[in-house]
Write a protein that binds this ligand. Sequence first.
Ligand SMILES: NC(=O)c1ccc[n+]([C@@H]2O[C@H](COP(=O)([O-])OP(=O)(O)OC[C@H]3O[C@@H](n4cnc5c(N)ncnc54)[C@H](OP(=O)(O)O)[C@@H]3O)[C@@H](O)[C@H]2O)c1
Length: 235
Amino acid sequence: MNDRWVFVTGVSRGIGKSIVEKMLQMGVKVVGLSRTRNVVAKKIENSGGIFLRFDLHSIKNIHNYDMEMFRRKGIDKFDSVILNAGVLKFDSDDEILGDMFKVNFLSNVYLVEKLLSNDLLKEGGIVVGISSVSSYIDIEDADILKYSFSKYCFSGYLSYLRKKYFHKYRVVDIKPGLVDTNLVEGDVPDVILDRMFHKKPIESEVIANFVYDCIYNYVYIDGNVVIDDGYIYSK
Ligand SMILES: NC(=O)c1ccc[n+]([C@@H]2O[C@H](COP(=O)([O-])OP(=O)(O)OC[C@H]3O[C@@H](n4cnc5c(N)ncnc54)[C@H](OP(=O)(O)O)[C@@H]3O)[C@@H](O)[C@H]2O)c1
């Protein structure tokens, strides 16, 4: 049987780490990237996959990346491209908006365009984006809005991809609520803490299992899925 391959961003911890563990447990090989090389990178490599130490903040790096390398390493096509890497920073620094836009939105656009133009996603394959429920939230707080804007744009890009490639690929936009990871950098504003107070965080494994089921199991979805407060529903 041919190897099954997925491409995952943001693998060093959190949701990305859980996705990698699920894939490896199910015998799927992984090309995974993050800035940090840690125990997850070793697991990927020990199972015959490829870890890329890569900073998505640099659009130039994505642009210049030699995608033919995957073919040279024996990967014909990926079953799925899982766009998971992301940052959420609470900081009054003006640069923060640009930082979040680059990692949460722009890097995904350049990465997908590069992978698709090199014909690296198999026909019937799936682009999975991990955006956020915060792209729906109407909080009048400038700090969370910066993150929400970037996720809103990312979701818009995923909708565009779905329309453009409806005959060729599926596009699943997963919008989690609060997840049990260490995503947040900086001091969380009170207005956000108040909203989160009543919420039970989702375990990152729940999202990883759902991603696996979308790609390899019975879950046939081509659209938006909210995973929040113990529920999974399309929206
Ligand atoms: N946690 C939540 O409550 C929640 C809710 C909704 C949506 N999400 C979304 O879920 C996704 C995963 O978040 P998480 O909660 O698992 O956060 P996390 O634990 O902080 O993991 C984020 C991952 O992204 C990678 N990453 C960040 N900046 C990067 C860069 N410049 N280049 C390459 N990789 C980078 C990190 O690796 P390195 O630092 O090693 O590069 C890490 O592996 C994000 O897109 C996030 O917005 C999370």
